[in-house]
Write a new protein. Structure first.
Length: 384
């Protein structure tokens, strides 16, 4: 395999886009190419992630982005894997580049749903679950993650304050991130006083509906002159799957696809957990961050909440988790989310993370889940 780098990255601020998804996607694609110092004509394939383009009456974005970049002849496709769509697209880019099929690929994730109300957006999102068994019976993602949270709290006796500690931390990080949807801190009292959305999950346990677009440029090291930015060396790119429904997975207190992806990624990257300096993990709901840290093997089952409460995962803690603010507070424009985790690592490695900068980070891990864990990606990045 060829050594493969992420050489360029760019993102919109998450929240509400004034432009169309197509316009935002094109803008970040150009900016990512620019940050990598790569001429668009070097791109061999464009992988787009965009789950809900139909809500804007515009699907099949790849040829439109490529045409705007002046490369209409370059092949493209849309990759869909629910909330893990751009990390799936990044994996495809990695396979093509590391495998020697092309020298460079563009990965673009975009979602724009802010013109829909909460009911409509919730209905769109729920299509990523099992329609006849879950969605048709009234299950939504807040409801499904609340089911997992109920099982977890019962099994481990976790206190609401431990879920709240995830929300307080991620809001504090997002308050230092100019790309974040919510740039305000919250207190534990605000968390505990917020309305219940799907018991036991409160408003501040949930990610918001966000618009946003993020792009990455992936290239083989041997095809490149020296890139203008500090590249991310892709040390592992892993995808795993699991049963579509939570009742078919044998556990409700963790996500088996995360366990499998984490183990395999560490093995492929030849590194120990202790070498990882920080993580961006999938915290669509606060419970998901606790489960991710345990499934990835950083904490024993039921122990991640206490570590979060004790500040270990704060941006200046021993193992920073979601310095970007995570899906919880940076926002979750489904198809841009996986790429946005990598964008955060790119900004961190290039020393541009300002007040949330993790000092001396050499190795970082990104973890992104589709739906309630039927798909998962883990990527590990190192410095050159
Ligand atoms: C939690 C949720 C139900 C709130 O929706 P809502 O009750 O319609 O809230 P609104 O959009 O009317 O916003 C009301 C206020 O709460 C804020 N808000 C909304 N969602 C928020 C969230 N998740 N976290 C913090 N604040 C939030 C809004 O900014 C707004 O604040 P303002 O009054 O200061 O402007 C909605 O954000 C949600 O369903 N999130 C989960 C999305 C999801 O399932 N994603 C897929 C994950 S797998």
């Amino acid at each position: 395999m060829r050594e493969t780098w992420v050489v360029g990255a760019a993102s919109t601020r998450f929240g509400k886009l004034a432009e169309t998804g197509r316009e935002a996607a094109t803008r970040v694609a150009l900016a990512a190419l620019d940050s990598g110092g790569l001429d668009p004509r070097r791109i061999g394939y464009t992988f787009v992630a965009n789950c809900f383009g139909v809500a804007e009456r515009q699907a099949h974005l790849g040829p439109l982005i490529n045409t705007a970049l002046g490369i209409p002849e370059v092949p493209s496709c849309t990759v869909e894997s629910a909330c893990s769509s751009t990390s799936a697209a990044l994996h495809e880019a990695f396979v093509h580049v590391a495998g020697g099929f092309i020298d460079a690929a563009l990965v673009v994730g975009v979602e724009r749903l802010s013109h829909l109300d909460t009911l409509a957006a919730t209905s769109y999102f729920a299509m990523g679950a099992d329609y006849p068994f879950e969605t048709h019976n009234g299950a939504t993602f807040p409801g499904l993650y609340a089911t997992l949270a109920s099982a977890y709290l019962k099994e481990f006796g976790t206190r609401p304050e431990e879920l709240g500690a995830v929300a307080v931390k991620n809001h504090a990080n997002a308050a230092r991130n100019p790309y974040a949807h919510f740039q305000k801190e919250i207190s534990m009292a605000t968390y505990l006083g917020s309305p219940v959305i799907a018991s036991p999950l409160r408003l501040y346990d949930c990610c918001p509906f966000s618009d946003g677009a993020t792009a990455l440029v992936v290239a083989a090291r041997d095809s490149l002159p020296r890139p203008p930015s500090e590249p991310l060396v892709m040390r592992a790119s892993v995808r795993t799957g699991a049963a579509g429904d939570i009742q078919d997975r044998g556990t409700m207190t963790g996500i088996p696809a995360t366990r499998a992806a984490g183990e395999k990624a560490l093995r492929l990257a030849h590194i120990e957990r202790s070498q990882i300096d920080f993580l961006e993990v999938h915290d669509c709901f606060t419970i998901a961050e606790l489960m991710a840290l345990e499934d990835l093997g950083f904490y024993a089952p039921g122990k991640a909440g206490a570590a979060t409460r004790d500040g270990v995962t704060a941006h200046d803690g021993r193992l920073p988790v979601n310095p970007s603010g995570g899906l919880k507070a940076k926002g979750h424009p489904v198809s841009a989310t996986g790429a946005a985790q990598v964008f955060e690592i790119f900004e961190q490695f290039n020393g541009r993370a300002g007040g949330r900068q993790v000092p001396k980070a050499e190795i970082a891990l990104a973890h992104n889940v589709g739906a309630t864990g039927s798909s998962c990606s883990v990527h590990i990045f190192g410095r050159r």
